[in-house]
Design a protein around this ligand. Structure first.
Ligand SMILES: Nc1ncnc2c1ncn2[C@@H]1O[C@H](COP(=O)(O)OP(=O)(O)OP(=O)(O)O)[C@@H](O)[C@H]1O
Length: 720
């Protein structure tokens, strides 16, 4: 135990440095403000200048305002400790501990961003810079010249504590003080809030290796629950943007998570590291204009996610639209030419056989229809022994307004939502799904599409995206007098001054996919479309998978990566979330479904065993209320009540009297990737029954708690 006096003295030393950093930060902020004002002044001036000068001044204005805004955004990010680390390096003369002494090498301060003083000397080194790598990589075996590594914990601008590791005991100079009991365990023991925190001060060596891995190709991160996969993937995104901004920054980085609850939970991590340039999207939000949060029951999600849907969708859009006319009559030179339902169908088939997305085939549809009308006229003429000019008929009818009126309703522009809705007609679906889906699957899928009042489900989004591509873009309405430019004009910029992205943007330079084990094949296709030129970081744990056909998903996933051959794989093995007591229970539950080396080691013990309480279903509401009340009293941070998806509404009603903001009710599928200090798990057997991968989903639920877990079960069969 360090003497309090020594600790206070060391904190005071670090406080002096932190004060210098914040003073400098205020100066930099003022400079950026001044630059932004100057940019706006140029803009005003430009309006009075000649056109050419105006254009270049506006460009200059844009650049200045853009850079100033970026700097301000970075400086204003919500930092929880801008400076968090210090390295004292070995020196021939011995290292000094006060950070200023002439006898020692200058310490390196590590922080969320790099800051230099007015003389251009480093006050803080960005954690992503090569000079900071030793902060994460140095060990006692390989100290990399680090005598002492110090983690500095701040609240706002105040230094609260310091925590040291000595890596070269023989090189510690006399005046160097060593303080602390281990920053990592202290961080892990701290109460959790609503949002995930960054781990930048305590990244472990095995994690750092993944964060700093090369950016090209595909980087796969596997590991059990709580091993920091999500945290590592996010820090990797920040690292890659820092080190390869030129290659990655402009085209953008996309992070995909399983649910909106999850993306909201992780939304603070990147901004807290000064990175605002990353798009976070849940699987239900990948397609622009759709925000789906509803989860389908597992058997339905399995159908919608399967690659078989490709065929069903490709066939269904060739079917006659429900409102299309079934007869065509047109008068040509006093004679009525008529095409009946069967003939029109034949024409439609002929157009589709030539390929191409329907929304791009209207001209071809018109031509084929005209040919059919010409055939019909020839037939009549032949019967009457008349001659007929085919080319003349085609030109004449092709210019007629009544022909075009027919065409637009017979071959209408189709939209993905409309065509997906057609699946609600069981007979139509059965035609499209012939020999692809069995009758039970057809019934299940059709019935899910009938009631549209609940909006789209998460699994529907991938189908909508597939249809978007299959149908092709609808023709653009041309606005008179407006010339469409390729480059986004200045006004089409987002809040940060970057040019706004077009709809369905597909040129991300890097894509991070979290909880990848649950991504269905159809979802892989949707995600893959966004990353045609991207490198990838893919994070997952096969043992937590709720997807029933991993082989099909692997196929689709490889297709999404395309020809990228560089594949590197990392496995993280330490569970930083759960206490060992909680993880032991989870490991028992999943034992028959996982190889031993797929389960991580939980190293933190709390001495508190999980509680398993038998309940009577008749009084389940009281049992849940009591357990939740107790849990809220026992932990300082968040409490999650996890139940089967079908029970969410009911459990929310049971707990409606509980006003505590720390409390959340989540369904088993939405609990993915989240964590709470205390978890009350309701009816575990229901989680197994509701899912197609049974115990794996229960394993996910059991591994959400950091401190305490209570399981309320009316049947014992979930426990092996
Ligand atoms: N080096 C670290 N320092 C401090 N905390 C850490 C560290 N690594 C991981 N953690 C913490 O452990 C918890 C689990 O991390 P994370 O959610 O990234 O794990 P995961 O592998 O994605 O888990 P899951 O597979 O269950 O979603 C988080 O609270 C995270 O902050």
């Amino acid at each position: 135990m360090t003497e309090p006096r020594v600790r206070r003295a060391e904190i005071a030393i670090e406080q002096r440095h932190v004060d210098r950093v914040y003073t400098r930060l205020a100066e930099l902020r003022a400079q950026a403000e001044a630059m932004r004002s100057k940019g706006y002044e140029i803009g005003h001036g430009a309006q009075r200048e000649a056109v050419f000068e105006q254009a270049s001044m506006l460009f200059e204005r844009d650049m200045m305002v853009f850079h100033a805004n970026q700097t301000l955004q970075t400086l204003d990010a919500e930092y929880e400790g801008l400076v968090f680390g210090r390295l004292d390096l070995v020196d021939q003369d011995g290292a000094g501990s006060d950070g200023t002494g002439p006898d020692g090498r200058e310490p390196v301060y590590v922080g969320r961003l790099g800051i230099r003083d007015a003389d251009f000397d480093n006050l803080v080194t960005d954690w992503r810079a090569p000079a900071a790598a030793a902060f994460y990589q140095a060990t006692a075996e390989e100290p990399m010249d680090v005598v002492r590594r110090r983690v500095i914990r701040c609240s706002g601008q105040a230094v609260l504590d310091v925590d040291d590791d000595v890596l070269m005991p023989d090189a510690v100079p006399e005046d160097m003080r060593v303080v602390g009991e281990g920053a990592l365990l202290a961080a892990l023991g701290r109460a959790r809030g609503e949002k995930m925190r960054d781990i930048v001060a305590t990244i472990q060596r095995e994690q750092d290796e993944v964060i700093r891995a090369p950016w090209r190709g595909v980087t796969e991160i596997t590991g059990g629950p709580g091993t920091g996969k999500t945290a590592v993937a996010l820090h990797r995104a920040a690292f890659l943007l820092y080190r390869h901004r030129r290659q990655l920054g402009r085209a953008g980085v996309l992070v995909i998570g399983p649910s909106g609850v999850f993306t909201n939970y992780i939304s603070r991590v990147l901004p807290s590291m000064g990175e605002t340039n990353v798009e976070l999207r849940a699987l239900g939000q990948v397609l622009d204009g759709v925000e789906a949060t509803r989860q389908d029951p597992a058997p339905l999600a399995a159908i919608k996610g399967s690659l078989r849907m490709r065929k069903v969708l490709a066939r269904v859009l060739r079917d006659t639209p429900p409102d299309a006319p079934t007869e065509m009559r047109i008068v040509y030179r006093g004679e009525v030419l008529r095409l009946g339902a069967k003939e029109l169908e034949r024409v439609r088939r002929r157009v589709h056989t030539q390929g191409g997305p329907p929304n791009r085939s209207r001209v071809r549809a018109a031509e084929t229809l005209l040919e059919a009308l010409a055939d019909k006229a020839e037939e009549y003429a032949e019967a009457d022994g008349r001659s007929m000019d085919r080319a003349e008929l085609i030109t004449e009818l092709g210019e007629r307004i009544d022909f075009h009126r027919f065409l637009v309703v017979w071959w209408p522009v189709l939209y993905p939502a409309e065509v997906l809705g057609w699946l609600g007609d069981e007979r139509r679906l059965a035609r499209a799904a012939k020999q692809v889906l069995d009758p039970t699957e057809v019934r299940l899928l059709a019935s899910s599409m009938v009631d549209r009042s609940k909006g789209w489900s998460v699994a529907d989004v991938a189908l909508l995206d597939e249809l978007r591509v299959l149908l092709g873009p609808p023709p653009k309405r041309r606005r008179r007098g407006r010339i469409e430019l390729d480059a986004a004009p200045v006004r089409d910029r987002d809040g940060a001054g970057r040019p706004a992205r077009p709809e369905h943007y597909d040129e991300y330079s890097h894509i991070v996919v979290d909880e990848a084990q649950d991504i269905s094949p159809m979802q892989w296709r949707m995600v893959g479309r966004r990353g045609r030129y991207a490198s990838w970081t893919v994070v997952g744990d096969p043992v937590q998978s709720s997807w029933p056909d991993p082989a099909e998903a692997a196929l689709a996933r490889d297709a999404a990566f395309g020809a990228r051959t560089a594949r590197r794989r990392y496995t993280l093995r330490t569970n930083y979330r759960n206490s060992a007591e909680i993880f032991d229970l989870a490991a028992r539950v999943v034992a028959g479904h996982a190889e031993a080396d797929e389960l991580p080691n939980a190293v933190r013990t709390t001495g508190v065993e999980p509680r398993i309480e038998p309940i009577d279903p008749a009084s389940a509401a009281d049992a849940v209320r009591a357990a939740v009340g107790e849990m809220l009293g026992a932990v300082e941070g968040t409490v999650g009540v996890i139940c089967a998806m079908s029970r969410i509404g009911q459990v929310e009603r049971w707990l409606s009297g509980q006003a505590d903001e720390r409390l959340k009710v989540v369904g088993s599928l939405d609990a993915k990737g989240l964590e709470y200090d205390g978890v009350v798990l309701v009816e575990p057997t229901e989680l197994i029954e509701e899912s197609l991968t049974g115990r794996r989903v229960l394993y996910v639920a059991l591994t959400r708690a950091t401190q305490r877990l209570t399981v309320l079960a009316s049947t014992p069969d979930w426990l092996p």
